[in-house]
Write a protein that binds this ligand. Structure first.
Ligand SMILES: *Cc1c(COP(=O)(O)O)cnc(C)c1O
Length: 374
């Protein structure tokens, strides 16, 4: 039994189900400026770069306090030049739209390419925009749009953006560690993720993998004191792993343990295989019961799956509570036009857990007959 102390299995993409050992790593107090602790931070920074690329000498990583959104905001607010920067944001869901909100709040000049939530972002339209507006300096896109579970073609988009000499920003929050990529080959300058997604740590900080020579140009750009990515980088570099302000020491220790467990599992390819298998079994089992996935199979990520309500009288709350009683917590939908719910399969979640979930879904449908009639 891996998770005897948990009330239920979290099938939500962050916070997600973590291992006993990850949670146990938080049972001690640590000093935030002690050498040993800072060395651990440096180790984590190096390991993150190694996970992101084979060209480690060209990249660095920076850890930043807060949830994932804080880190997205720190990147957009720090890397956009104060004068004459323009950001193209391609969005097909809530997280793409959140980047637009961030840019608006920060008064950053923005162009957007918005696609229907059930489709990947539109690369032809992105190229049209890049062709017609040479004042654009940066391009931002979400990798796995957690709203729906769609995987966007970030490699093609970032390569295209580079053809036009743009700086590229990827929100890979829910995919990094679960889907293999190389920021160098994909031409990504800034990749953003957080502790509590595919690395399987607990919430409390996020991180950025950055092309070092690009980040070095960002001194003085930041529109925020605490979310200044450059200053955080400079302090971590000059003081060998020191954070500017109080760091989430327990969370960082848990994260280190989570990184070790990722290595033990066989790295990102092995983790990807497990997630993909979880997703396949989930989608097949749910379809057999009568739940239709929202997203076409070719666009579907191995991270999270959206299912359409089977009919207009479907009562998600009863369904949710029944599954919770059986030890599974799922996610409400986030799509604007269609009623959906979501089931994540990342975290300390294995094939057997998904099979047990499918059984619980079956039982719930029978028990709740009227409420969840299919
Ligand atoms: C989780 C997530 C975020 C960050 O959300 P927070 O609630 O701020 O942690 C950003 N983008 C994507 C794609 C995500 O999945």
């Amino acid at each position: 039994m891996k998770n005897v102390n948990n009330a239920y299995l979290l099938l939500t993409p962050g916070p997600l189900t973590t291992s006993e050992n990850v949670r146990s790593a938080m049972l001690k107090d640590w000093c935030t400026w002690d050498d040993e602790y800072n060395q651990l931070v440096q180790k984590i920074r190096r390991k993150l770069v190694d996970l992101a690329t084979h060209y480690r000498h060209e990249y660095t990583s920076v850890l930043m306090q807060g949830s994932g959104t804080f880190v997205v905001e720190s990147v957009i607010g720090t890397v956009m030049p104060k004068e004459s920067g323009k950001l193209l944001i391609a969005a097909n869901g809530a997280y793409g739209k959140r980047m637009i909100q961030i840019a608006n709040v920060l008064n950053i000049d923005t162009v957007v390419s918005i696609t229907n939530e059930q489709e990947p972002v539109n690369i032809l339209e992105i190229e049209q925009i890049l062709k017609s507006d040479d004042t654009i300096t940066h391009v931002a896109v979400v990798h796995c749009e957690t709203t729906t579970g769609i995987l966007n073609p970030i490699e093609a988009i970032c390569r295209l953006a580079k053809k036009y000499n743009k700086i590229t920003i990827v929100d890979a929050m829910s995919s990094f560690g679960g889907i293999d990529l190389d920021v160098h080959d994909y031409q990504i300058d800034y990749l953003i993720s957080s502790a509590n997604k595919c690395i399987q740590g607990v919430p409390g900080f996020g991180f950025v993998i950055a092309k070092t020579d690009e980040l070095e140009k960002c001194k003085g750009n930041a529109r925020s004191l605490s979310l200044n990515l450059y200053d955080q980088y400079e302090t971590m570099e000059n003081n060998h792993g020191k954070w500017r302000f109080t760091s989430p020491t327990h969370v960082v220790h848990a994260f280190y343990q989570a990184l070790m467990e990722l290595e033990e599992e066989g790295g990102i390819p092995a983790r990807h295989k497990r997630y993909k298998n979880n997703q396949k079994i989930l989608a097949k089992g749910m379809e057999e019961i009568g739940f239709r996935p929202l997203v076409k199979e070719e666009y579907q990520s191995p991270i999270i799956t959206s299912f359409c309500f089977p009919n207009s009288t479907f009562n998600f709350r009863s369904f949710y509570l029944s599954l919770k009683q059986n030890g599974f917590v799922i996610y409400p939908g986030k799509v604007s036009e269609i009623d959906t719910f979501r089931i994540g399969n990342i975290g300390e979640v294995y094939e057997n857990d998904i099979i047990n979930l499918i059984n619980a879904v079956n039982e719930s449908c029978l028990k709740l007959e009227g409420a969840v009639k299919i």
